[in-house]
Design a protein around this ligand. Sequence first.
Ligand SMILES: [Zn+2]
Length: 340
Amino acid sequence: MTLQINTAKRWKLEDLAQQSYSTRKVDAWVYYCILCDEVLFISRRFVEAKGVQAAFDGICPDCGFGLENIMRCEHVQLPHTRAIYVNPKYQAPLLVEFPSRTFDAIRIQNARLPEEGKILTTGIAKLDKLVHLTTGQLIVFQGYPFSKSLAESLCVRAQLDHPIGLSSDVIFIDGGNCFDAYAVSEYAIEHRIDPKLALSRIHVSRAFTYFQLASLLIEKLPSALMRYNSTFAIASNITELFEDPEIKDKQEAYRIFQRMLRSLTAVTEITGSLVIATSSRQDINPFDTMLTQTAHATIRAEDHVTFTQFTLVHHKTLSPRKVSQRENRTDQFLEDYMER
Ligand SMILES: [Zn+2]
């Protein structure tokens, strides 16, 4: 069987979805990059993952990451005209003469086996008990101003060794122009680290448009984690730039936001890193709703006069819970209680 390489246009997963209008559908295997959704190859027959990866020289033609960990293969139903496709950037002839497989193996994931997660503590005992900030996860903190000061505190604590931190540098991607070096210095002194040293281990990038933010989080974050041998990143004010009333094409902004979140969760799982995203809003718009649904866990912080209340609004395995914490004290709490 010879494949027809008949198109110079490259497809993303969403193109496939848009083209799947009702017509005669056939079984097909789609091979794609989970970081950037680039479709690499579609075939009526199952092809060994290694064969597809070799055809692209082991590299995603769009985002440039090694395919070994980020290629996924799924069995789908497609219109028969769409059931054969090869990304025009392919490097070598694909080996397609493999026997067809049964459809039991619906997903073949090449993601790295999850290692034992490491935990970053917040220093707030009840919050640390409420939810573990474990590597391999995207965790969202909603609420202002608490989430802001927490971000700087975590930037310092992440540098400390186990059992407090992750012994890691920090990648801080700032979507709200809010990184506070002064607060970092104060937390560093509190934890007996030289403030200059603490600041030198936090690598800050600022975004001023939602395109810049998405590009930093999708394209630059994975390589920054590798370059600094880091397992911790903060994405501050992750929804704010997407909610700019000046944005004309709101659907495009929403689409890019979704893609950015998918990429973030994939990066945490593949690299075994912890990414904390902060957002000042609380579930009142489509962006925060999407954020909560996509993240591994979402914690809402509400500042009251004398205490801060934390609510675990969403967790992939735990049920919703609340705890309260007196302001500025890490050793005293109001009673904690269960929601519902
Ligand atoms: Zn890719």
